[in-house]
Design a binder for this molecule. Structure first.
Ligand code: NDP
Length: 244
């Protein structure tokens, strides 16, 4: 088991990539504190995982009060956490000319500010064993850009800068911080893409398929484990080789 007795906090854990990562981390021996807003989906995750090592928390990562309350509850249970995954994310796509301030703010508040708030809340705990891991879910579009997603792309590009900065600021405290950049992964977030667009995307993927949440979870597992103990400040694509 690669994560035996490690304590992990994962945001956006009740569906898609976060859920697959939660289930894999449990299998690998970790205790997981799973964060998301929708309690029904969190309860479903609990049923599916059927594990005493899973702890669920209703929390909106864009709200500072929610984060303070949830992080206090988690730190009471586990004063020394080992792994934080900032994975919660939303899209509100439209062309820049039509983008409202609300569409901009809500995406930036969830995807980028949420990661800042959660990281700040857990940083001291992560430093205690001098072996903390922070992983952020960015996106290939945060590297290459994408029409119709100025808000989302800005949040994901911001996460890359955040990742590299945390790596530099806290490396000497034993913290590794890396970003995972998925390509197109089949989750709730991408389920509404029309089939013809999916086919076009697949044409640009050397491995000729969309990714699965498990493809991304496997990378999180590697980066969270001691196998990656000399890797920090990196952005690693998990995209089937998608060419932009
Ligand atoms: P999902 O929509 O399945 O998962 C998003 C998760 O984020 C859900 O668990 C959702 O739960 C949670 N979430 C959303 N807003 C908040 C909030 N304010 N507070 C707490 N939790 C929140 O999509 P994915 O699994 O695909 O997305 C996971 C991450 O991967 C995101 O950051 C996304 O941007 C990124 N990504 C996805 C790609 C893809 O192709 N699918 C490609 C590249 C990156 P709830 O609604 O209950 O809060």
């Amino acid at each position: 088991m690669l994560l035996k007795d490690k304590i992990a906090v994962i945001s956006g854990a009740n569906s898609g990539i976060g859920k697959a990562t939660t289930l894999l981390f449990l299998k690998e021996g970790a205790k997981v504190c799973a964060i998301a807003r929708n309690i029904e989906k969190l309860n479903k995750l609990k049923e599916e995982a059927n594990s005493q090592n899973l702890f669920t928390f209703v929390c909106d990562v864009s709200k500072k009060d929610d984060i303070l309350k949830t992080s206090n509850e988690i730190l009471k249970l586990f004063p020394e956490i080992d792994i934080l995954i900032n994975n919660a994310g939303i899209t509100k796509d439209t062309l820049l000319l039509r983008m409202s301030e609300e569409q901009w703010d809500s995406v930036l508040d969830t995807n980028l500010k949420g990661a800042f708030l959660l990281t700040q809340a857990f940083l001291q705990s992560l430093m205690k064993k001098k072996n903390g891991v922070i992983l952020n879910t960015t996106s290939v579009v945060g590297i290459y850009g994408n029409a119709g997603q100025a808000n989302y792309v800005s949040s994901k590009a911001g996460l890359i800068g955040f990742t590299k900065t945390v790596a530099k600021e806290y490396g000497k405290r034993g913290i590794r911080c890396n970003a995972v950049a998925p390509g197109y992964i089949t989750t709730d977030m991408t389920e509404n893409l029309p089939q013809d667009i999916k086919n076009k995307i697949i044409e640009n993927i050397p491995l000729q398929r969309l990714g699965t949440p498990e493809d991304v979870a496997n990378l999180f597992l590697f980066l969270a484990s001691d196998l990656a103990s000399y890797i920090t400040g990196q952005v690693i694509e998990v995209s089937g080789g998608l060419v932009f």
